[in-house]
Ligand binder design. Structure first.
Ligand code: FAD
Length: 317
């Protein structure tokens, strides 16, 4: 079922989860072990992130060097197919521009269509570790909106390969990312909103947000989106703070602010265990408030900590 259909048919606030593919060398049981306890909450779907390759320099036997691309977390599409098969729950692969030519993207979307995966989250992707700024592949997309347009073309039977005469149309439901506290590269908050509006005008079906810890920022974002005429569902992305060190790390990586009350409470703890208890309590309160506000879905980033999210969702489900 499409994400939009899940939302239209919902009688209450839905729950969804996001997972990362495991590091290379693990098998699918690590995903099932991660998800099994969370399935108790009957999530409407599971998102699976995509991680592009980093390049590294490797010494050959003859002493010369070569550039090698290494992906530490491959498997997004396979994991989505396995989740749908194993749990009978929809899975949403993240599709990114980085590392893909347009032809690679077309082939990847055709594979998803064959697998019966109708939902995708269309993203630009982060810069690779060796890049200062994001650089698209030669012949690839620079912005998520360009990827979204390619998805819409396939939905209209328009392929890059113009020798195709069968005219088969895909039927993808594509979501996009939104940033209540602005994307770190955006010229301004308003400019970022305009770029988001362009993605919506290009056919995005829903918005999934960056994590935030201050609901007021989300409420303002929703209000500003609505004022611009963005009328598609806006799904809050939620994470629990679990370590004191995250007080410094998360704002830098995700361009977000952590509210003073939460910072003060976490700073007074002596162990990660105590910090996590506060993070869980904060996220429970955040989720309850978002639910009262009427969000269609609470989307939780599980990020290798399913037990943390379990403890949050059992208080609100
Ligand atoms: P875009 O919408 O393309 O925007 C990127 C920047 O460019 C913004 O600052 C925007 O304002 C600006 N911009 C947009 N269009 C234009 C234009 N035409 N001209 C000038 N500027 C423009 N990353 C991964 O690698 N893998 C994942 O699985 C993943 N999952 C994510 C899930 C969610 C819910 C979110 C919020 C982010 C996720 N990310 C993921 C991170 C994301 O890829 C990065 O935040 C990336 O830097 C931006 O992606 P985007 O799709 O928002 O890009």
């Amino acid at each position: 079922m499409k994400i939009t259909e899940h939302i239209q048919q919902a009688k209450d606030t839905l729950i969804s989860f996001e997972i990362l593919p495991p590091l290379k060398g693990r098998d699918i049981s690590s995903i099932y072990n991660h998800l099994d306890p969370l399935m108790e909450f009957k999530p409407s779907w599971i998102n699976v992130t995509y991680h592009r390759a980093d390049t590294t320099i490797k010494k050959r036997d003859d002493g010369t060097f070569e550039k090698v691309a290494i992906r530490k977390r491959p498997g997004t599409v396979g994991i989505c197919a396995a989740i749908m098969n194993h749990y009978g729950t929809d899975a949403v692969p993240h599709i990114i521009c980085g590392g893909f030519t347009k032809n690679d993207t077309e082939d990847a979307l055709i594979d998803l269509n064959f697998l019966g995966i109708q939902n995708v989250l269309a993203l630009r992707g982060d810069a690779a570790k060796n890049e200062i700024h994001f650089e698209p592949e030669i012949g690839g997309h620079r912005y998520a909106i360009d990827l979204l347009k390619q998805i819409n073309n396939l939905n209209n039977g328009i392929y890059l390969d113009n020798t195709i005469t069968a005219g088969g149309k895909t039927d993808f439901c594509a979501g996009v990312a939104g940033y209540p506290e602005m994307h770190f590269e955006a010229a301004s908050y308003q400019d970022d909103l305009q770029k988001l509006k362009a993605k919506v005008d290009a056919g995005a079906a829903y918005i999934m947000t960056q994590m935030f810890f201050d609901n007021k920022k989300f409420f303002r974002f929703v209000e500003d989106c609505r004022a611009l005429g963005i009328d598609i569902p806006i799904i809050p992305g939620l994470k629990a703070l679990t370590k004191k060190s995250q007080l410094n790390v998360l704002p830098k990586i995700f361009n977000i602010e952590i509210p003073h009350d939460l910072t003060n409470a976490i700073e007074q703890t002596n162990t990660d265990e105590d910090a996590e208890k506060i993070g869980i309590e904060w996220l429970i309160q955040q989720s309850k408030e978002l639910k009262s506000f009427g969000v269609p879905v609470l989307h939780f980033y599980t990020l290798g900590k399913p037990s943390t999210i379990y403890n949050v969702v059992k208080e609100i489900a």
